[in-house]
Design a binder for this molecule. Sequence first.
Ligand code: 2M8
Length: 421
Amino acid sequence: MRGNTDETRDRAASVLESNRRDGYTIPSATLYPFQWNWDSAFVAVGLARTDPEAAKREIRTLLDSQWRNGMVPQIAFWSDAGGYFPGPEEWGISADRTGGTVRTSGITQPPMVVPAARHAYDLTGDEAFRDAVLPALRDHCEWWRTERSDDGELVWVRHPWATGMDDSPAWRAPLERFDPGDVEYVREDRKDENFAAQRPTDWDYDRYVALVRQGRALDWDEERLRRESPFVVEDVLTNALYVRACESLSALFADAGDDEAAAEWDAQATATRRALRERRWDDELGLYVSYDLVSDEPLSVPSVAGLLPTLAGAPDDHQRERLRETLSEFLAYDYAAPSYVGPDVDYDRYWRGPVWQNVNWLLERGLRRVGFDEEAARVREDSVSLIRSAGFREYFNPETGAGRGSDRFSWSAALYLDWTA
Ligand code: 2M8
């Protein structure tokens, strides 16, 4: 894999360096000027290969933004950079909720921070780091289980932004079901015409903003939001990563000699894994699907998220064989793996079809876990070759390999460093 990659590795390291701020890395200088939750976790995975101190710092800074109740927010506004909407005023989160260290948004993102912390620990063996982050990681997993689960098994989110796959077709049904009213705001994310065709539509944005305003109007009261929000979804990707988070937490506790805590989090991983297998499988589509807790129905769409419970070791023998068939649809492109393969796929628009490096990184690991080594190797090769030919773009067209979205994108650079280490 290394071959002539050194020059690309150097460029990857320099992308991360130029996106680095004080103790954290922004996803992109042109679009996202703050610290994002799962972006930082993926950045730490790559940095652990080249600059372990920066990797550990990245994770610690992210955990410094943790709310008192254990939530790790989607965005930490460490600076007053402009050019992004919605900023801290729009979210209106009070300091008694956050702990007052930094202003944040009012939602979370998939709990990649826990596996990333484990990865950084495994590569460095730094016990002081392990012991320093363990309490915050435990509080975060505990928060998911107590505040974000109806049954103690599957966890839910209450905003499409919290899933990381903002405009995934999976969210269309719940978003269609509510009227956002007359929401006024100014988007900052469409830098030019070209870019507009690669970003979520206004229809989607109206609903994103309406959900933020509802949260603020209810003063981010979780119980009321659970009852009144029109968007409450058990997302399969978040749940797959929650299993990984609980497994990672268990391993870190075991390593620290706390067998009781290790057993507790292993049991939680087992419960969520089993719930994915038994309750979120769609045999017709041949993958796992998210669930709408408001309308009480599955969100049956062929999103790549539905392959990621492999990462949690969820499939039984039958599901594994069906998944092999489904996978062939996702691999029937020049570049694996599109984020969505339904009839209304849009290869250039955000989470409606393009290939994303972070998803490929998770998918590769998931496929290896269930023994699909050849398919995993294909995902990895395509990821590396996309970056070599199109650069560190935010996402890529699966048919042409053309780069899309912003350039010098941090997780694309970071995961390249991990892939080619
Ligand atoms: C995208 O989401 C943000 C909101 O969080 C946005 O569009 O403004 C998504 O791709 C998300 O997964 C990612 O974490 C974020 C920053 O890269 O951008």
